[in-house]
Write a protein that binds this ligand. Structure first.
Ligand code: SF4
Length: 167
């Protein structure tokens, strides 16, 4: 049992796929370094679901589990846009959510960035419906897009790293 806990503290949580564990560890290290350099070690994200199926949110929830453990890298999901650096938008932008999405963006302090999460933010689903006002980039300046339907947690982490490397 002691060996188990020693390994747990030294190497973190490991799965049966050691290659994926090592790749993820490398990406997390680079992500932490970028956040340290560009956001003084603390990156706050406000997520807005503009009308999604909730699968993208479920994948984001997984980022807080002990395996991905994003908070250890300095990334926090915050409740208020006033405390955020980034607006992370999922969903198709419904007629009802559009004003709330724009309001959240207005409340973010500058400098601020918009990242879209998931393919339906690009305006492909129900795009000719009167109730859908997407794509997101029709209304907001999108700095980066993370593709997938839904993107898996490691793809979201890679996407965040990709965004930071553009700054
Ligand atoms: S991108 Fe796919 S999984 Fe994500 S909210 Fe849209 S439909 Fe759902």
């Amino acid at each position: 049992m002691i060996d188990f806990w020693l390994q747990r503290f030294q190497k973190g949580i490991q799965t049966q796929n050691s290659w994926a564990d090592e790749e993820l560890a490398k990406i997390k290290k680079r992500l932490k370094s970028e956040i340290g350099k560009k956001f003084s070690g603390s990156l706050a994200i406000r997520m807005v679901d503009s009308g999604s199926c909730n699968a993208c949110e479920a994948e984001c929830n997984a980022l807080s589990n002990p395996y991905y453990d994003l908070e250890r890298l300095g990334i926090r999901f915050v409740a208020s846009p006033r405390h955020a650096d980034i607006l992370l938008v999922s969903g198709v932008v419904t007629f009802n959510m559009l004003p709330h999405l724009l309001d959240a963006y207005e409340q973010l302090p500058s400098p601020k960035w918009v990242i879209t999460l998931g393919d339906c933010t690009q305006g492909t689903v129900f795009k000719d419906s009167f109730a859908i006002k997407g794509p997101v980039n029709k209304h907001l300046p999108v700095a980066y897009h993370i593709p997938g339907c839904p993107p898996a947690p490691d793809e979201i982490i890679k996407g965040l790293l990709g965004f930071l490397q553009t700054l």
